[in-house]
Design a protein around this ligand. Structure first.
Ligand SMILES: [Fe+2]
Length: 240
C-alpha cells in the first residue's frame, strides 16, 4: 500500500514545522520509508497574521522538490495550506492568498478547538458556497464535534470532508478518544488521513507506524478507500 499524507508541516522555516532543509529531508525520508509516496505540505495560514506569501511558499516548495528528487524520485510533494478559519478567511481563499490543496478546489481548514458548532457550520457553508471543497483538519480536536456523529453527518451533508490525524487512531480499549476515532473511521466518516507531522522529535511523520498500531484488518477496507479512491478524487479535483 502506498500512502498519501494530506497534512504535514514539512516546508523549512515557514511555520512551526521543519526548521531547515535538513530537517525537511529527514522528515520526507522517514515518510518515504513508511510507504508515503504523495505528501501535501500544508503550512499554517492564519488570516491577518504575517507569514510567507503564496509566491514565497511556491518558491520554497519548488526548492524542496528539487532537493528530494535525487534520493526519492517517485515521491510527489504537493503544496497547500492549513487555513485557520477566522475573520477574513473567505477572501484569503478566493483572492488566492491562502492556498488550496495542489490548486484544486479542496481546502484544508483548521478551527479553534473551542469553536461553537454554529460557527463551524457557518464557515463550511460559506466556503462550500463559493464552490470550494472544505476538508475539516483533525476532526477529533473540536469539542463541539466530539462524540456527536449526527453533527459530523450534517457537516458532510453540507459539503464538508473529514481529515483525521493518524496519531489519534492507536490506543487500547481504555483510551476512549482513540476508540471513538476508530469508530468514525470504521463507519466511513473519515475521508482523508494525515500525520500533521511538524519535526523529527515529538511530532515526526507516523503514517504507517500509527496505522499498524491499530488492528489494521478491521479498518483495511476504509483505509484502502481513503488512499485509493478518495485521494484520486482529490488529485483529479473530482467530488468524492
Ligand atoms: Fe497541522
Amino acid at each position: 500500500m502506498k500512502y498519501t499524507d494530506i497534512h504535514s508541516h514539512i516546508l523549512p522555516g515557514v511555520d512551526d514545522g521543519a526548521a531547515d532543509m535538513e530537517e525537511t529531508l529527514e522528515m520526507l525520508k522517514e515518510a518515504y520509508e513508511q510507504g508515503v509516496r504523495t505528501i501535501f505540505a500544508t503550512p499554517h495560514y492564519i488570516p491577518g497574521r504575517k507569514k510567507k506569501s503564496a509566491e514565497e511558499l511556491r518558491q520554497i516548495h519548488a526548492e524542496v522538490c528539487v532537493a528530494a528528487k535525487e534520493s526519492m524520485p517517485d515521491l510527489k510533494i504537493l503544496l497547500g495550506n492549513e487555513i485557520y478559519c477566522r475573520e477574513g478567511v473567505l477572501s484569503s481563499i478566493t483572492e488566492g492568498r491562502a492556498l488550496t490543496l495542489a490548486d484544486t478546489a479542496y481546502v484544508l481548514l483548521e478551527f479553534s478547538t473551542h469553536i461553537s458548532y454554529k460557527e463551524l457550520f457557518g464557515y463550511i457553508k460559506a466556503i462550500s458556497g463559493k464552490h470550494y471543497r472544505p476538508i475539516i483538519a483533525h476532526v477529533e480536536r473540536y469539542g463541539c464535534l466530539y462524540r456527536k456523529e449526527e453533527l459530523i453527518r450534517e457537516l458532510i451533508g453540507a459539503g464538508a470532508y473529514i481529515q483525521m490525524n493518524t496519531e489519534s487512531l492507536p490506543g487500547g480499549s481504555f483510551n476512549r478518544q482513540a476508540a471513538y476515532c476508530r469508530s468514525l473511521l470504521e463507519k466511513g466518516y473519515v475521508h482523508f488521513l494525515g500525520t500533521d507531522c511538524h519535526n523529527m522529535q515529538a511530532r515526526k511523520p507516523q503514517m504507517q507506524t500509527d496505522l499498524f498500531k491499530i488492528k489494521y484488518a478491521r479498518y483495511e477496507e476504509q483505509i484502502n478507500k481513503i488512499m485509493l479512491h478518495n485521494v484520486d478524487c482529490l488529485l483529479t479535483n473530482k467530488w468524492i
